[in-house]
Design a protein around this ligand. Sequence first.
Ligand code: GLN
Length: 215
Amino acid sequence: TKTVGVLALQGAFKEHAELVVACVRENRYPITVCEVRTSEELNRCDALIIPGGESTAMSLIAQRCGLFEPLQRFVQNPSKAVWGTCAGLIFLAREITNDAKLVTPLQALDVAVQRNAFGRQAQSFVAQCDFTSFMTPNASMRNSGQPFSTVFIRAPVIDRILNAESVQILYEIDTPAGHNLVVAVRQKNILGTSFHPELADDNRFHDWFLREFVL
Ligand code: GLN
């Protein structure tokens, strides 16, 4: 059995845990899920999901409760699977191009991210995305093959890839101005997404993460 932890310091951790539980139930995966607030809990995990929320708060709480160094060791361990969504992606990044002093990142994912790249909360949006170029489908899921309603809330974008050999761009969105913005990347065992699959009523993204990175 594998243990998937969800970092539960701040943000949308309940939602992530619920979607992982739904995948495990539907597919009978040999996986248990736990919320992570201490290094003891972290040490039991084979994988860690870092949720959306507020990266400034998340990094501050991690430092204050002594979890920052254990997290850094965990995310740099190539045998662990890691996924950061939105604030979680910012927390994993090597570099933050704006407000750099406000967040101390874990520096595990070789990208530079720009926080709040789409504007304020009121500029949140849902995009219909087709992830079939990188996502192997689980044909037993009822909505297999349909596009994803993808939620962006004060989302970051990946401005620069700092290690082109190992970071793979998984998805870009087009803007009305005609440039493509990178919103999903993978570097070996680490997945980073600007958006929040945990906030849509759809567990296909979590199912893919479990099949591709954890099992
Ligand atoms: N803007 C937030 C931050 O900088 C992230 C927002 C989110 O996770 N939805 O941390």
